[in-house]
Design a protein around this ligand. Structure first.
Ligand code: F6R
Length: 611
């Protein structure tokens, strides 16, 4: 996590970097800082808190003139989010400034080494080790680029570094390993950034720096070297990005904007992959012979992405008749899964950058599996290293809490289920066509649920003061409960848990007291009565029941519920796409009523690039 920017050109660097840092705040927002290099040497400004706090102390850049600079927005790993721990960090010796994204795993050993060489440290961060290591080598020979290459060789872990050297006031040096870094090519100016989001208002010509490469960025050009300092050629690619998609567009929060975008996003995900009533996955050319021989599917992801997997598992087994298991990426990578060439590992990730998911993909490859990724960010590590990638085409998702990524990932899993079912003969052509027709209708039905948002807002006003909220459901409704509960807790800070409805009486029921809210997710017709019986057991012990069900089942759940939210009926496979909408909106409106910082929940960040 953490966001890095850098600018070198003829304009004032700080206002450009502040704009970039605001775009990267989704990566972390504990503190922010900038450094510029000019006639008077290196100057640094930093502050704990949002980028706005930094803007205030530098008066939007007016107090920090200069044409070459680096900036950072932090998600704290080593050391609390204080002014001292904020980046940039300056070396002992004062010649080098560094911003860093990632974790230097051997920092304790390196710090010991540097202390033995007489270096003093002022912060608790691993970044100060990087900057002093560069200074250490620079002291030996006075060549900043060589010093960066030597320091990089000794650092273990992940890093993207933006570096200024007082003696080279006209350049930024950048390098990376496992954390992203993009070069932006302008007219008389050049940039670095963690993500193209920070660049597109300035340039659309970008190139990704690869592991161990070192870039020397000046106003006149960018020179890239490999780790042996041999020059290599980087060809910029043009990014075709709708800038307005990353703006709030009049909405109070990105979250509600992104919730409302879901019907459209789903259309973009699904339409190009349906032709003549059949699913066609031309963009992931998976050989039919391979599909027929898949013996097991592992679905791997983190957080919301893993809850997409929780729903997909039921569909792969029920419709494509392939054994499927969903495993959190952080567990999968160390679980010694039983894998061979007939195992398909599906990695799901919005960012394509999540460290645990990338590690799970690499472990799957090491064990001989094929990997198919469902990813939103084009060209991300996960997308590039997988055997096949199906992009979700959801557009930028800015709010830390994922909504449209969830919906579009889910849609891709439906397409895959149908594709596998077709190829393996697990569903007839007519059965597949029936689901495809419903899938094409799904955006309209999603819109109906969204149009009813005021009803959800009203229910939020009834329940927003609860301090414990449980979500229960069975089968795909259990998967939905996991997502509903995560969404609520991360943005409203209400304690919330999700349970398979049948498990309630095996322990969690002890937590139910008078007034506890239990959200009974009951959209899957076959198991509605079972779930509602479990809800009644909670109600008998004082719980208030809010049910989520389909229009055709509303009457069946009404008796056991204080309030009922309905969604349109659809094919069973597709129910999670409708069921999730009221849960997302409920979380949003509850958080709104509690005055929470919805787009930037405390302690979180969007791209989780640490283990
Ligand atoms: C929750 C949320 C997170 C992410 C998780 C994985 O709302 O957004 O749980 O789903 O951190 O991130 P990606 O999808 O980028 O791998």
């Amino acid at each position: 996590m953490c966001g890095i920017v850098g600018y070198v050109g003829t304009d004032e660097a700080v206002p450009i970097m502040l704009d970039g840092l605001r775009k990267l705040e989704y990566r972390g927002y504990d503190s922010a800082g900038v450094a510029v290099c000019g006639g008077g040497g290196l100057t640094v400004a930093k502050a704990a808190g949002y980028v706005q706090a930094l803007c205030d102390i530098v008066e939007d850049g007016r107090r920090l003139p200069g044409h070459v600079g680096i900036g950072h927005t932090r998600w704290a790993t080593h050391g609390r989010p204080t002014d001292e721990n904020a980046h940039p960090h300056i070396s002992d010796g004062g010649k080098i400034a560094v911003v860093h994204n990632g974790i230097i795993e051997n920092y304790a050993k390196l710090r010991e080494y540097l202390v033995s060489k007489g270096f003093a440290f002022n912060s608790e961060t691993d970044t100060e080790v990087a900057v002093n290591l560069i200074q250490h080598y620079y002291n030996k020979h006075g060549d900043a680029v060589r010093a960066v290459a030597q320091a990089a060789r000794r650092m273990e872990g992940s890093y993207a570094l933006g570096i200024l050297c007082e003696d080279r006031p006209d350049v930024i040096i950048a390098t990376r390993k496992e954390s992203p870094l993009v070069l932006g090519f302008g007219d008389g100016c050049n940039h670095i950034a963690s993500d193209v989001a920070a660049l597109v208002t300035h340039t659309r010509e970008v190139a990704r720096l690869e592991d161990d490469e070192i870039a020397v960025v000046s106003a006149a050009g960018v020179t890239v070297y490999n780790c042996d300092l041999e020059e290599i050629v980087k060809t910029p690619e043009h990014v075709d990005w709708d800038v307005s998609a990353a703006e709030k567009g009049g909405y109070e929060h990105f979250m509600i904007k992104e919730i409302l975008e879901q019907p459209d996003a789903l259309r973009k995900t699904v339409s190009p992959r349906i032709s003549g009533g059949r699913v066609t996955l031309g963009d992931a050319d998976i050989p039919d012979e391979y599909v027929k021989n898949i013996s097991k599917i592992y679905i791997v992801g983190c957080g919301t992405a893993s809850y997409v997997g929780a729903a997909a598992k039921y569909n792969f087994e029920k419709y494509a008749k392939i054994p499927a298991e969903t495993v959190m990426a952080s567990e999968f990578r160390y679980s010694e899964p039983i894998i061979d060439g007939t195992t398909l590992v599906i990695c799901i990730s919005q960012s394509g950058e999540t460290t645990d998911t990338i590690a799970a993909m690499r472990e799957a490859h090491r064990l001989g599996a094929r990997v198919l990724s469902i990813v939103n960010v084009v060209g991300s590590v996960l997308a590039r290293e997988s055997d096949w990638v199906l992009y979700t085409w959801a557009g930028p998702e800015i709010c830390v809490a994922s909504t449209k990524a969830y919906s579009t990932q889910l849609a891709v899993t439906y397409l895959l289920t149908l594709h596998f079912a077709q190829k393996r003969g697990a569903m007839s052509g007519a059965q597949c066509a029936e689901v495809v027709t419903e899938l094409q209708r799904l955006p309209e039905k999603m819109q109906l649920v969204i149009d009813d948002k005021h009803a959800i807002q009203y229910l939020a006003s009834i329940y927003f003061n609860n301090e414990d909220i449980f979500f229960i459901g069975r089968n795909i409704d259990y998967a939905l409960s996991l997502e509903g509960s995560l969404k609520l807790k991360e943005i409203s800070y209400i304690h919330s848990e999700a349970y398979a409805a049948g498990e309630l009486k095996h322990g969690p029921l002890a937590l139910v007291v008078d007034g506890t809210l239990v959200v009974a997710v009951a959209t899957y017709e076959k198991l509605i009565d079972k779930t509602m019986s479990n809800a009644s057991e909670a109600h008998s012990r004082g719980a208030r029941i809010l049910a989520v069900t389909t229009q055709s089942c509303a009457a069946r759940v009404a008796e056991a519920s204080e309030n009922v939210i309905t969604v349109p009926d659809t094919h069973d496979m597709l129910l999670p796409s409708l069921g999730v909408l009221p849960l997302q909106m409920f979380a949003y409106y509850v958080a709104l009523l509690r005055g929470c910082p919805i787009d930037k929940p405390r302690n979180l960040a969007k791209a989780v690039t640490v283990e």
